[in-house]
Design a protein around this ligand. Sequence first.
Ligand SMILES: [Zn+2]
Length: 196
Amino acid sequence: MSWEYFEYDISTECACGKGNVIRHILSESDDWGRSYSQYTGEKIDCPECRKKYYIRHVKREKSDRAFLVPNEINMPEVIEKKIFFFQNIDEEIISRVSHDDLKASINDMINNKYSTRVQLDSSRLIVNEFKWRYKRRSLNIIIPFLEKLVRNYNRYEWTFERVKEYKEKELLEIAENEKAIKEAIPKSFELNFPWL
Ligand SMILES: [Zn+2]
């Protein structure tokens, strides 16, 4: 199989209208006609605008807007939420169940004896996690596993409490950041590149 590469530039008018902003595109296509394009760089091709502006992108899941932002205005980049993903079941459980709830779940499991009869949401979450990952949900396996987790809880980096604290802080940061972006947009010049 072979790949073909094309490189080319597209351009759009700059803020003052006397020059351009140039975007460099790299495009690849294979024997089956599949192709991928991405931009690899942009530059302000106007002596006046180059002095006054910088380029900033507001990238979200389904959109990517480019702006010439005046140098004295701060337009931060979009902050994306951290996605917590854990390979191992111990890390996963510890990130989602507090230390107290873990202990309560152990008691719940001991008292109710069967995984189908547990009462607490945290117990169900743990049982489901075992079922989903290992197709097993015997409390004879789960209880000793949880007892070990309780003992080692603080050795884990992302405990439930730390994840919660991180997410709360992140929400505030994102709110601040979004406010700065929102304020900067009307003072900036949006670039209107033709579609790739
Ligand atoms: Zn210009």
